[in-house]
Design a protein around this ligand. Structure first.
Ligand SMILES: [Zn+2]
Length: 338
């Protein structure tokens, strides 16, 4: 089968790879309906995170179960399923508390930018849809695998509640779906920080009430202006840089909540500044599995359309162009059809 392999900075290739097989009795093999490129894939693509050897890439997936191991009981061949980028047993104490991405048995699901995929811990990891989805729902179901689940966790971890004022730092796919999630949770006001016209438009469509184009001190000042000098009750940090994290913490009011879901690169927090900020901090790799049943239901019933973040669709064979388009910010997110 064909699959994407990252060799080094800006060098992603489509290659002939071995078909995945059942390795453990808890595995399932799925045929991918669609896969995509994640904002977090851009860190190694840009050489900011190191890749030491050619690595099969991709971790977002949905598709049809083709084969299951002998110990798999809940998932059946022929079902359409969505799973998260960390496989989890969904039974350990950490999973039961809703933190499946820290499952004591967790395994990273990699190499999803391919025609077929091996998913470990299938019973705990995969959630089946009510039936075979119509083709137009596939992008939204794929979004649930990571970006939507991550945006949803960002809003949940930032304690977004009915009528609250929310700031979203970052206008990538996760930030935009953080806006959608905050709207679903009943936020009264959603301030999206973005300088990019197409992304501002989508943010508004997803529920943003205000757009702030300023950054740094000016961005913080603008948020304060919009919130009677107080700052927001909930701030979602969806980038992972020093600037965005600092922006997020300083945009929250004392007693407010800051969530952080962007993979941090070089972020350092000043203890004194944090101490006097009086904010709650909660983040990490989103436990997407916790939210999957609810998100699939919302998508299935067409209450939300997170698939709108895919503004470029390419055949898997053109994966390199998909990366380039996201790297150059020509595309918000690239969907790949195997
Ligand atoms: Zn677990």
């Amino acid at each position: 089968m064909q699959g994407a392999v990252l060799y080094g900075p800006r060098d992603v290739r489509i290659e002939q790879r071995n078909e995945p097989t059942i390795v453990k009795p808890t595995d399932a093999i799925i045929r991918m309906a669609a896969t995509c490129i994640c904002g977090s894939d851009l860190w190694p693509y840009r050489g900011i995170a190191r890749v030491d050897q050619p690595t099969p890439f991709g971790h977002e997936y949905c598709g049809v179960v083709e084969e299951i191991g002998s110990a798999v009981a809940k998932v059946k061949p022929g079902q359409f399923v969505v799973g998260s980028f960390f496989a989890s047993d969904n039974t350990c104490p950490i999973c039961k508390a809703g933190y499946q991405t820290s499952c004591v048995h967790r395994e990273l699901v990699g190499g999803a930018q391919a025609g077929r995929l091996r998913v470990p811990l299938a019973d705990g990891t995969l959630v089946a849809t009510p039936g075979m989805p119509p083709d137009d729902l596939v992008p939204s179901l794929l979004a649930a695998s990571d970006v939507l689940g991550t945006g949803w966790f960002a809003a949940d971890a930032a304690n977004v509640k009915h009528g609250k004022t929310v700031v979203v730092v970052g206008d990538g796919a996760v930030g935009l779906l953080g806006v959608l999630s905050a709207k679903q949770m009943g936020a009264g006001r959603i301030i999206a920080m973005s300088r990019h016209e197409a992304r501002q438009k989508l943010a508004r469509e997803f529920g943003a009430t205000d757009i702030v184009t300023e950054r740094g001190d000016e961005g913080v000042a603008r948020v304060k202006e919009l919130t009677e000098g107080l700052g927001a009750e909930s701030v979602l940090e969806c980038v992972g840089t020093q600037e965005s994290m600092s922006q997020a913490i300083r945009s929250a009011r004392p007693g407010g909540y800051v969530s952080y879901v962007g993979v941090p690169h070089g972020v350092q927090l000043d203890g004194t500044g944090l101490f006097f900020s009086h904010v709650h901090l909660h983040g990490g790799p989103a436990p997407v599995r916790r939210y999957l049943p609810q998100l699939i239901e919302l998508i299935w019933n067409r209450k939300i359309a997170p698939g709108k973040v895919f503004d470029l669709t390419l055949p898997l064979a053109q994966v390199a162009e998909g990366y380039r388009a996201m790297d150059e910010r020509r595309a918000i997110k690239t969907l790949l059809r195997p």
